[in-house]
Ligand binder design. Structure first.
Ligand SMILES: [Fe+2]
Ligand SMILES: [Fe+2]
Length: 150
């Protein structure tokens, strides 16, 4: 079943929520490819999803570092473990295995769990550090950072 975006997946950091929705979109595209038994489409989505997710991870990690988030390192490790799992699926797919269904199930449970637990945990630290930047930047009249948050 396609993932439907629900309120409890929103972190309240707009740029992060947009990226998470994009990842959900890729997972739903993967499901569509699985249903159509379209191996080429599965391979294509797998590449795009991996690229996008890895850059999302890097972005999240830099926000956490800038905020001095105390669990930045373990969060990064969780991302790395996931990246290895995805790479393993990629190898199996390239080797001719039909991994699509298993991969889809793993992605759904991993992503939802990671957003709700690990990502939600950094939100207040990252928001707090961004609010400090807002207070400083506002003196010079820049409004961009306000739009960073919903
Ligand atoms: Fe995330
Ligand atoms: Fe994360």
């Amino acid at each position: 079943m396609a993932i439907v975006w629900t309120q409890d997946l929103n972190t309240g950091i707009e740029v992060i929520d947009i990226q998470h929705r994009m990842i959900v979109d890729y997972i739903n595209q993967l499901e569509a490819a699985v249903k159509q038994r379209d191996r080429v489409a599965v391979g294509g989505v797998l590449v795009d999803l991996t690229d996008y997710t890895l850059s999302h991870f890097a972005f999240e990690e830099s926000l956490q570092e800038d905020a001095g988030y105390m669990f930045a390192k373990p969060h990064k490790s969780v991302h790395e473990v996931f990246a290895k799992r995805i790479a393993r699926y990629q190898e199996r797919h390239n080797g001719g295995d039909n991994i699509a269904e298993e991969l889809h199930a793993m992605l759904v449970s991993w992503l939802i769990d990671h957003i709700k637990r690990d990502d939600m945990a950094y939100v207040s630290a990252v928001k707090g550090s961004m609010l400090k930047v807002i207070a400083e930047k506002d003196k010079s009249g820049t409004g961009w950072i306000k739009r960073f948050f919903k």
